[in-house]
Design a protein around this ligand. Sequence first.
Ligand code: G6P
Ligand code: MN
Length: 445
Amino acid sequence: MRLTILGGGGFRVPLVYGALLGDRAEGRVSQVVLHDLDADRLSAVTRVLAEQAAGVPDAPAVTATTDLEEALRGADFVFSAIRVGGLEGRADDERVALAEGVLGQETVGAGGIAYGLRTVPVAVDVARRVARLAPEAWVINFTNPAGLVTEAMSRYLGDRVIGICDSPVGLGRRIARVLGADPGRAFIDYVGLNHLGWVRGLRVAGRDELPRLLADPALLGSFEEGRLFGPDWLRSLGAVPNEYLHYYYFNRETVRAYQEADRTRGAFLRDQQARFYEEMRHPDAPALATWDRTRAEREATYMAENREAAGAGEREADDLSGGYEKVALALMRAVARDERATLILNVRNRGTLAVLDADAVIEVPCLVDANGAHPLAVDPLPGHATGLVCAVKAVEREVLAAADSGSRASAVRAFALHPLVDSVNVAHRLVEGYTAVHPGLAYLR
Ligand code: G6P
Ligand code: MN
């Protein structure tokens, strides 16, 4: 089984490789092909993987290339984890938005739109090449903004592209933990768009345990989302939102926290990651130890401004170890071995949410088997959530239209129609500001 990783010089590749090393089952991945535009990053990551594999019998073989077509030929699975414009681009996204007083987060609000406008044309190019060179391959998209990028790719790959995110799984795991339920036996009733979804129930043996959580302020205050949103607001909603909804429900505070921070998340990661790749230029640098130290720091500071704005304190140790690679591996295993699994994934709606059309990519529990991911029926969303989902999907559609046609008017509409952009004038200035700093947006006319 051959897995190709696009963005193979990326910092989180060792997480994926670590998960593969733990997989001993029949039909597991035996070959990993890393693709990246940057040969130095490829060699840094290859060194980390080599140290991870030391002493592991039958570790998957790793090769690296800067030739995309070579990387895609013969792939059974393609992980797409690219970052168009790099972390410098992410920091620019934040800066331009904050200068207008709006949010520049890489997946939410103006920043997410700018990142999407840059990424969709590249993701579409990848999708077309996969369709031509590896039509039987399954594409697992990690590239943010993950829902939008998955939808862009699905226009060329249909249901062969599946988007993943670890935030719904992490949320489900935390809720199960505070309820004393086994996360492996719990069904998480979650739906929405990527980074815009709500847990409305957690069923164990057919019984919904969520009301017990919502009724107990002490339990509500004992986990990340409870502290972020506050017990009162969760009770009021009757649901637990994805942590990224903090940017919506507490927009003013999160924008201010970002403005007051020494450095935005993107700027912090730009500097932190640059140091890692710089250290890796020394041939004697301890690759795995250097990577692991950098990873721990990255995880500990995740959403720090939001936690600060909410007075939520530090992250819990149990929440640090991600889960992104576990979702990817579970998905691959279910597809490759026809091992049925229920996973929350980004797939085409096909009638699951009646308010969206069949091709809209949503994030929803899916039954996965050798035929792919099949969304499960879920209860409709309440009006307030439907409103946000429809508004943001309309924004995503404007981004896709802009990427397709090069229409600047579509790009302006994308910004102006976003619930977190408060004026059409701001939208115009955002388009000007972003096109001035990002050469990748030169296609907008
Ligand atoms: C979560 C999100 C991902 C995001 C990751 C890293 O897992 O679901 O979409 O890429 O965090 O965030 P960071 O701010 O460290 O890049
Ligand atoms: Mn995510």
